[in-house]
Design a protein around this ligand. Structure first.
Ligand code: NAP
Ligand code: ZN
Length: 354
């Protein structure tokens, strides 16, 4: 029997969130049923539900930063037991057989993985995300949340954490490297902490100096305002690596100019519009422009363990079920320090509005 749960749902991009009832699939033998304790708000949720990345499938529940407790397990589940502290990120299935899946790169599954929401599942249904009471997920896509991490501050690691950890690992960020984190939002504030924990000298590039003090608390050695006159000339050629987390249009060529010869810009921010790039800004200095998409499941576990070991976690603002629309506007305004997390335990007393 499918499981009926309460969830925050939108019926269209301009409609407010409402508490609705949605169905989770009848758990399969290798499924884990998770009682969700916290769900982070990623800017990707906003791009999706506002149809900025194309037409979303409505009615829709988003959310891919999920933390909770195992409530039930199928008969073939081996890795998890009732009561375990677990998380789910952006992926809930992949083919498991292609070259990429076999190399623990499920995010690049050649047959197309299944995203946690707004994605076609293997049974043809559209997946529904984590702004909900419970979720049913194949055990291969469930992560262990270390005891050192509370659910609220762990949830954002499932997307913001892995999305910044993975490229910093790919490019071997280490002791003494000059790393710039471009944009200090949900992703950026995890990028600062992880790069600093790896020993890099971290500079935050932000639109103003408003977040300077907290950026330094997170491990940055300095913050530069990108809107200051002469910024791009003054800081030409300074960085080994720029982790670009910006969700909106930016002058890519100008930012490439901030790199040293052979420097790398690794892009994770996905603004809706195409960003113009002149090849000259990559050719001169032999620079690298690379992209990175979340991370694989094994690396996501590695990231969670790394964060627990190094005392890293998200800085969050808790929001109630009726505050999510307002939180979206605040995220877009760059006004959140640094991730909003929905208190999903409030569903227990919430009335269904649909
Ligand atoms: P966020 O919390 O809104 O942070 C984005 C940051 O970008 C803001 O804090 C702001 O930094 C900067 N920014 C926003 N608007 C800007 C503008 N008009 N001009 C210049 N800078 C601007 O978002 P997030 O959740 O970290 O996500 C960031 C992006 O990454 C989104 O596009 C999201 O979809 C994408 N994403 C990609 C992946 C992936 O796998 N590649 C995974 C998750 C998310 P300052 O306030 O410091 O200037
Ligand atoms: Zn995300």
């Amino acid at each position: 029997m499918p499981i009926t749960v309460k969830a925050l749902q939108k019926t269209g991009p301009d409609q407010p969130f409402r508490v609705a009832q949605i169905e989770r699939r009848d758990p399969r033998p290798d499924d884990v049923v998770i009682d969700i304790k916290a769900a982070g708000i990623c800017h990707s949720d906003i791009h999706t539900i506002r149809n900025e990345w194309g037409e979303a499938h409505f009615p829709l529940t988003v959310g891919h930063e999920i933390a909770g407790v195992v409530e039930a397990v199928g008969s073939e589940v081996t890795g998890f037991s009732v009561g375990d502290r677990v998380g789910v990120g952006c992926l809930v299935d992949s083919c498991g057989e292609c070259e990429e899946c076999r190399a623990d790169q499920e995010q690049n599954c050649l047959r197309g993985n299944v995203g946690t929401y707004d994605s076609e599942d293997v049974d043809g249904s559209i997946t529904q995300g984590g702004y909900a009471e419970k979720v049913v997920v194949n055990q291969g896509f469930v992560l262990r949340i270390p005891d050192a991490l509370d659910f609220d501050v762990a949830a954002p690691l499932l997307c913001a954490g892995i999305t910044t950890y993975s490229p910093l690992a790919t490019w071997n960020v280490s002791e003494g490297q000059k790393v710039a984190i471009l944009g200090l939002g949900g992703l950026g504030h995890m990028g600062v902490q992880i790069a600093a924990a790896k020993g890099a000298e971290v500079t935050v590039l932000s639109r103003s100096l408003r977040k300077e003090q907290v950026a330094k608390e997170l491990g940055a050695s300095r913050v530069l305002s990108t809107t200051e006159e002469g910024f791009f000339e003054e800081h030409r050629g300074e960085f080994d690596l720029i982790l670009n987390t910006i969700s909106a249009d930016i002058p890519v060529d100008a930012y490439m100019g901030l790199l040293k010869p052979r420097g790398v810009m690794t892009v994770v921010g996905l603004p809706p519009a195409a960003q113009p790039l002149h090849f000259g800004s990559v050719i001169r200095g032999g620079k690298v422009l690379s992209g990175s998409n979340i991370g694989g499941i094994a690396q996501t576990q590695e990231m969670l363990d790394f964060c627990a070991e190094h005392g890293l976690a998200a800085r969050i603002e808790k929001v109630g079920l009726d505050e999510v629309d307002a939180a979206y506007d605040r995220v877009v305004a760059g006004d959140v320090h640094f991730r909003c997390v929905i208190d999903t335990t409030a569903f227990a007393d919430a009335e269904v509005e649909a």
